[in-house]
Design a protein around this ligand. Sequence first.
Ligand code: AMP
Length: 496
Amino acid sequence: MAEFVGIDLGTTTSGLAYIRSDGNPEIVPNGDGERMTPSVVYFDPDEEVKLVGSAARDGGDPSRTIYQIKRFMDNPDYIVDIDGKMWTPTEISAIILSKLSRECSNIVGDIKDVVVTVPANFNEFARKATIAAGKIAGLNIKRLVNEPTAAALYYAHAKKITGNTLVYDLGGGTLDITVLDIGKYGDFEIFTSEGARHLGGANFDEIILDMIAGQYKDQRGADLYDSDAQKRRMLQEGEHLKKMLSKLRKASETVGNDTEGISRVELTRDNFEDAVDRLLLRTEMLVEQALLSSNLTIDEVDHVVLVGGSTRMPAVRELLERLFKKPALSCGNVDECVALGAALFSKQSLTVHEVCNHGYGTLALVENAETGEELFLNTIVINKNTPIPCSESQTYVTSEDNEQLIEVEITQGEDSDPKYVDVIGKIGLEVPAGRPAGCEITVTYAYDENQRVKVIVTDETTGKSKQVAISYNGQGVLSDEEIERKTAYFRNLQIE
Ligand code: AMP
């Protein structure tokens, strides 16, 4: 039995690490011998087999291949239709987790209890969906840890750093900037996390694809691709060129298709960096925003650490070193450090002071004290960056006699205008019949260390309290019974 296991369930790649008997974390390769497994699932049309990883990514029909499912974990409406059978992002993630746990257990022994990492800005629904994915895969997720926190723990372990640290995590699909203080005695105080959900290596690949498609058109007078399958292949060629340009100042590649023929395209690092300048500028703005939210100046940051495969681009390192006037630290295995940190997390009893990465509130009619005008507003109950665990209360009053149900919409976001926040769920507050209007009901929002929101309702008339589940609507939402059923179904699912 592998006792201490951490899993990085990533957007582009996933990995599993465990703690060796000497106390150090180590990546466990999958059954194909790879240290990190591409987070890609292929549904074979002929056999009841689900392929995961490089085999899924490199072959087969794009319409049966699911990439970057993690981007949709927070979307209760998202669903994938394969031959008329519906798959939720939770189940696709469970397929990836199953591949990792089943194959890695051949090396390190049975895997049951795990720590799984999630992006710092994952919302309540996405966290709940991740825990369900673990359950369906036969795992018990004993803790969700934010990716930058796990990475910082790995750096603290491997590089023995302490002090104010900025974690710059640029992966395949997302950017996360986290500022924290790594204490001398292993306590971590997170100040803030700023993230861009759709800014990652894939955006750089799209730009490179445009560049090579332009050269191809100049040379052959034809389009480089005219189908999704061709585009995907050319994106892979573009990604390959991008990685070459991280090492060389100039790189070339043969691209094309059967109909229009093959051409050789060449890119220089300078041209590439000019083309991606606006993406880098966006990442710089988020760094500045994160410093502002943490009340730290550039000089007060002791370490800048690199996480995520895209930080191998020299322009990223140069940007950070120009900004902070000090070397950015890299552990080399920038794409493995989240899984390694998660494994450390499963072993060590650490004190981590996290903060809420979103504001949470409710939609309510609010009376303007001066004009008496009633406005429908988002009222924030828990502010972003509040240290957790925390709980805050808000009191509602029944507006009519004999009102028996008060419906409260839970929002996520920082704006008071309902247009700019997401309604993430609803709770229904039952009030006993026969009461006059104006009865007080207090709703307490508690945010636990897994960054899950709990809602406790207190009827002020009787003093009775109860916990209310946040309910989500959407075709991608799984009920507890469905999760049980799918857990049983997955035991016999062939995953390779
Ligand atoms: P991660 O999500 O951390 O696994 O990062 C995956 C992303 O890192 C993908 O977009 C890769 O293309 C990118 N990546 C990996 N190695 C390199 C490299 N040498 N140069 C540029 N990007 C890279």
